[in-house]
Design a protein around this ligand. Structure first.
Ligand code: ANZ
Ligand code: ZN
Length: 801
């Protein structure tokens, strides 16, 4: 019988849907398993072949867990607010709601054609008012707890999208979305105090099972740094406080640097004879992003203050003060003590401005370069610190200055508060009313959702206000507190809002009295396994952990962390090894693959293509190999013989395969799980027959990978029920031990070496081991293989010419 994947796949997708086969149940007596993948942004381009890599991987986990007796929640939804949809709507004069609806329908059809076992009863869409009612509700709680506040601040402004970007959205100095130029602009913005959670966000990483690189990059991003604040006197009378991680180097300070935005500069305006130069320099710095300003090997610039000097508290020497853009106002105190002997940026600056360089830790050559890696060094030229190792010197000087009241230990974090305002249309309206008399007044919760009003144009205004600002009727309201005329907030939330809590809504997408009933949240949370892209590590993943911790603090959820386990897949690249993109012309459309080879082949291929965690270039010949494997599985029905057990010759191989597939799925080693099934198939082919017991097991093992084909084969062979309802097979560890035997390898009858192979292994395994012997490989290189003779367990003879 031909393997007619088109008919088979359509047939089973229909049956699963009719049976509601993959629905999570509310039988809370069963053990639960919550598998989650990042829901997609339904862009106009439709599904990318990268999406199924993540979705299939956790589909395999979800299907296996159901077979292991768990009540499984594996949901899907749409992260549908955001700029690309809005930009498309502006260009084509179609309402973003309609654009979204069309894109979602297209995406959904594409996903359903892949046979993913999502529970579509739980589908959510972040742009649905019943959904964003709760996004707004969470915002109100944050506001009421002092974690949402408004602040005038210099923000990253994308000149092309005309929108404020979070630091995380500025990559390499340009807009992450459009590549446009990003400048600094002062605006009043809603901010969320994620910094209040910085330490807990670090500490609780110890309680979750995330892959290391995710933990490391979250920790680096939060950037905890321990040191001291030290007060320097100035001739202006003010105390200039700095943050340093190296108080031990205080005797090596030869100048100070203030950020161009430091408030003292204007305060000192009448004392500074060159205030105009300082102002001009500040103006220049405003055009640079923090990223550019912090770059290590850029040319150092600055202006020396004329009229004010600082005093080093350890030796009372007077030192000059500079403004320079390499010191950021947003970190520490916005001012530093410069130690050119031991800090690279200070060293370069000192060379350029001809400032003294003092060695205070022995071991380098500070005339040539800053001696930075000096943590194990000994202090010199440092008064009371001479002879001390760095660690002790830090402690001693901090204590000494602390006793004088001019220093204190200090922990700083790189993490900044989250800029939560967007001046755009297609986002959740921020449910706040601005009253001249009462300030920011939260909307009453009974008025949620605050729906997005209709507008004629979605274009942001030239002055950067949201298009909502034009809607007088919507904007002008009476203050809920004092009854005076007031205005609605016209900023909307960033795209990251809806995705910060969506996993909670899947649990009860239609609940209208709460995010979800408490007992449902308690049962399903935390998510047991969450897979998603590395690029979300410091954005979505961090934001959602923050929101979840807040919801935990106010008693909405009972677990402090949302995700028990986090893994990440590598990207699927174009056949040329480069990122798939329209401009490179290397985009593979998943629909084409499904049409030509079938969904099961695409699924299997994406899991086989390489190490799950690494990027993998598209490979057309490997996809053909996957198809052939499935065809051979399909052909097993022709060699089926009676017998519910395993035949003695194959028994150990079957047990080993069960173990391998079971364990590899848990360890993200989908490719080697498939390879193990391929090897078993070869062993079966050697036997030229398969018992019903063996086929049964093989079908169940393969089902999570190729669900359609396996259901059909199961039915054709007359097994009872459906595969997805079967119990996951067990293995007998005693039968998994692999005894090995040594075989002789000849090339054209001449002994060339020996190889170790598993006892009772098949011919393919023996041949592969034989060819891998270096002497054999050398002897057959460049020759044509005429014949391969295998004597099981004893010998391989490769006849080559
Ligand atoms: C003196 C010193 C000597 C420093 C030395 C380093 C090495 P992290 O680890 O990133 O926290 N710094 C402090 N505030 C700054 C700001 N607003 N902009 C730019 N640089 C700033 O690094 C802290 C160090 O970065 C601080 O310690 C300070 O330089 C600098 F051998 O003080 B250090
Ligand atoms: Zn009021």
């Amino acid at each position: 019988m031909r393997y007619d994947f088109k008919e088979i796949e359509a047939k089973w997708q229909k049956i699963w849907a009719e049976k509601n086969a993959f629905a999570a149940t509310d039988d809370y007596s069963k053990p639960k398993y919550y598998a989650l993948v990042e829901f997609p942004y339904p862009s106009g381009q439709g599904l990318h072949v990268g999406h199924p890599r993540s979705y299939t991987a956790l589909d395999i986990v979800a299907r296996k867990r159901r077979m292991q007796g768990y009540n499984v929640l594996y949901p899907m939804g749409w992260d549908a607010f955001g700029l690309p949809t809005e930009n498309y709507a502006i260009k084509n004069h179609i309402h973003p709601e309609i654009v979204t609806k069309n894109n979602v329908a297209h995406f959904k059809a594409q996903l359903q054609a892949l046979g993913l076992s999502f529970d579509w009863n739980c589908e959510v869409n972040t742009t649905d008012p019943d959904y964003y009612k709760w996004t707004q509700w969470i915002f109100l709680q944050l506001f009421k707890h002092g974690l949402a506040y408004k602040k005038e601040m210099a923000v990253n402004w994308c000149t092309s999208c005309k929108v404020v970007l979070a630091n995380e959205e500025v990559v390499g100095g340009v807009c992450e979305r459009c590549g446009g130029e990003v400048i600094r602009k002062v605006k009043s913005q809603w901010m969320l105090k994620i910094t209040e959670y910085a330490q807990r966000l670090i500490d609780d990483l110890d309680t979750v099972d995330y892959i290391d690189r995710v933990k490391v990059s979250q920790k680096n991003w939060i950037g905890r740094s321990t040191g001291a604040e030290v007060d320097f006197g100035t001739t202006a009378g003010d105390t200039l406080t700095i943050f340093t991680t190296r108080p031990d180097t205080l005797y090596g300070v030869t100048y100070m640097v203030m950020s161009p935005e430091h408030p003292f500069l204007e305060k000192w305006a009448d004392k500074l004879s060159n205030i105009d130069a300082v102002r001009a320099y500040r103006e220049e710095a405003a055009h640079k992003s923090d990223f550019e300003r912090s770059e290590l090997n850029k040319e150092k610039t600055g202006v020396r203050l004329e009229g004010v000097e600082a005093v080093n508290p350890v030796n009372n020497t007077r030192i000059p003060i500079f403004v320079s853009d390499y010191v950021l106002m947003s970190y520490g105190t916005g001012a530093i003590m410069a130690v050119p002997g031991h800090d690279t940026r200070d060293w370069e600056f000192a060379r350029k401005f001809d400032l003294p360089i003092i060695e205070v830790v022995k071991g380098g050559d500070v005339e040539k370069e800053a001696f930075v890696d000096c943590a194990t060094g000994i202090l010199v030229n440092s008064g009371i610190l001479n002879g001390l190792p760095v660690d002790e010197a830090k402690k001693k000087i901090t204590e000494t200055l602390a006793a004088r009241g001019i220093a204190r230990e200090k922990v700083n974090y790189k993490l900044r508060d989250w800029v939560f305002s967007r001046q755009r249309y297609w986002g959740e309206p921020i449910p706040i009313i601005c009253c001249d008399h009462c300030g920011y007044v939260p909307l009453d919760e009974s008025e949620l959702p605050l729906k997005l009003p209709e507008v004629k144009s979605y274009e942001p205004t030239a002055d950067g206000e949201s298009p909502l600002a034009h809607l007088d009727e919507w904007v002008n309201v009476t203050c809920p507190k004092c009854g005076r005329p007031a205005r609605r907030e016209t900023d909307t939330m960033p795209q990251w809002a809806g995705s910060s809590w969506y996993f909670l809504r899947y649990i009860a997408p239609h609940c209208d009295t709460a995010i979800a009933p408490k007992e449902a949240l308690d049962y399903w949370m935390p998510v047991d396994w969450y897979n998603g892209g590395m690029e979300h590590t410091t954005l979505h993943l961090l934001y959602s952990r923050f929101w979840h911790k807040f919801l935990y603090d106010i008693g909405v959820v009972s677990c402090p962390e949302p995700y028990a386990k986090r893994t990440s897949h590598g990207m699927i690249l174009g056949e040329n090894g480069e990122k798939m993109s329209k401009s490179r012309g290397n985009v593979v459309n998943p629909d084409d693959i499904v049409n030509e080879y079938g969904a099961d082949t695409l699924r299997l291929y994406e899991m086989f293509v390489g190490d799950f965690e690494k990027a993998a270039p598209w490979n057309t010949s490997s996809i053909k190999g996957c198809k052939r494997f499935l065809e051979r599985i399909w052909g097993l029905q022709d060699i089926l013989v009676d017998g519910e057990g395993y035949s003695p010759a194959l028994e150990n191989a079957v047990h080993r395969t069960i173990r391998k597939v079971s364990e590899d799925i848990e360890a993200l080693k989908y490719n080697t799980a498939i390879a193990a099934m391929m090897a078993l198939l070869n062993d079966i082919a050697d036997q030229k027959q398969i018992t019903r017991g063996e086929l049964r097991t093989l079908i169940i093992l393969l089902n999570p990978f190729a669900p359609h084909l396996t259901e059909e084969l199961w039915q054709v062979c007359g097994f009872e029920g459906m595969v997805y309802q079967q119990k996951w097979p067990e293995f007998d560890p005693a039968k998994c031990v692999e005894e090995s035997v040594e075989i002789a390898v000849q090339v054209s009858g001449k002994l060339r070496g020996r190889a170790l192979v598993p006892a009772n292994c098949g011919n393919e395994t023996m041949l592969a081991a034989a060819r891998a012997v270096p002497e054999v490989a050398a002897a057959i290189e460049g020759k044509a293989i005429v014949k391969e003779i295998v004597v099981p367990g004893k010998l391989v003879n490769i006849v080559a010419k």
